[in-house]
Design a protein around this ligand. Sequence first.
Ligand code: ADP
Ligand code: ADP
Length: 227
Amino acid sequence: MIRFDSVTKRYPDGTDAVRDLTFEVPRGGITVLVGPSGCGKTTTLRMVNRMVEPTSGTITIDGQDIAARPAAELRRSIGYVIQHAGLFPHRTVLANVMTVPRLLGWDTARARTAALEAVERVGLTQEQARRYPSQLSGGQQQRVGVARALASGPELVLMDEPFSAVDPLVRADLQEEVRRLQRDLGITVVLVTHDIDEALTLGDTVAVMRDGGIAQLGTPTELLAAP
Ligand code: ADP
Ligand code: ADP
């Protein structure tokens, strides 16, 4: 579904974050980018929705060069979840989840219906949807972050360390939830983590990154069998 072709990223200060990256993210399932801090995972992920522009190379989604699409339009079509949910503190949960549908120009009623559906999908109640983010636990806030990414019904969702800031018991629940959502909705998830156990638990495909490149790529079974 996503294809990287000889993609490099050099930041203005000269840091080579991604070096000659060529690989494919299959449609459906969860593809995990895993590796130590600084190996280029976040840069790779953010190039998919053009939050970061590659220095050279091509990225295509379903065969279409993403550089040919307006960045803002591309970004709205792809769900994005980060470590700290990044919710607007002065807006209710429901208003937060309505953000992307509203940006897409949906009318209020349609945006509201989609947001409530997404809120319920991630296991939160309508009552919780009326609260402000600070009135929810960290794990619940992450659920809101996931709901916000799903509300407009994207086919592709990018997740950057989505569970790293929540405690381990909640983390297991959230992992389960993302797995279930991926299956139920048939979406494609690309997830970044530094945690190899999480990668092997969640990934249908695991890309082990090192120094801006992919050191190993395969299913968890293949990776565990590798020497
Ligand atoms: P990871 O997600 O694996 O921790 P990153 O993609 O965040 O890796 O970073 C890869 C490398 O690029 C690191 O050396 C990091 O310090 C550097 N880097 C990331 N963002 C920037 C930036 N905006 N400007 C300069 N260097 C950056
Ligand atoms: P994340 O947790 O999303 O990986 P970071 O804390 O690594 O975010 O980085 C926060 C912001 O700083 C990002 O926009 C990233 O691109 C930028 N950044 C990361 N590393 C560097 C760096 N070495 N120099 C400049 N900016 C950086």
